[in-house]
Design a protein around this ligand. Sequence first.
Ligand code: SAM
Length: 198
Amino acid sequence: MNRLGPEDYQSNRHIRKIMRLAQASKRDVFFDLGCGMGKLCVIAVKEFGVKKAVGIEMHRGRASKAARFVRDQGLSDRIEIWNEDYMESDLGEATVLFCGHNETEEDVPHFEDALGNGSRFVSLFLPFVGVVPDAVDYPFYLMKLPFKKTEDGSRWASAVLTKKAEVEELYRELDTDREYRYDKRLMGRLMKDRFGGV
Ligand SMILES: C[S@@+](CC[C@H](N)C(=O)[O-])C[C@H]1O[C@@H](n2cnc3c(N)ncnc32)[C@H](O)[C@@H]1O
């Protein structure tokens, strides 16, 4: 799947929504998984006072641009930009994370393994399939570690749609979210694997 997308995706208002949903504060270390030009890290530090932010960006040119942006803001002592694949990164220090990418099959076990209990993961558009979100401010979902997993599709669908619903309804409703590019076949497969059918 192409996970490149635009380097500067979330608006500042959306970035603030992400930080508020996670209740980011000076006690936190914020990680942006796929940071593009690094704007989330800058807002996390400047407006929410997180003690440190790390932006991980695998595209070399974007990572250099992000590092330059951080330097220009005079924030190099608080923000690190790592030019690597976040699936290979050491995320042990993270207490708040944002990732705007579609889920892949390995994400849930990977992040359960890589993240400490109590850390807060914010996703865009959907929570991980079968993980019940702790809070929702659409299009963002907050999932605290350890993840609250369910095999009950209607419990998950109801939490995602914030109304009583079955997985089939959620699956149909995905088509109304025209803004977000996602792989509906992969979503269908994940839902089938985790709930036994769509
Ligand atoms: C759509 S941009 C989002 C930038 C910023 N987080 C925002 O929301 O405004 C996603 C970025 O993630 C990067 N990316 C995709 N997969 C990645 C991976 N596995 N590790 C690190 N960066 C990745 C892409 O190169 C791209 O710059």
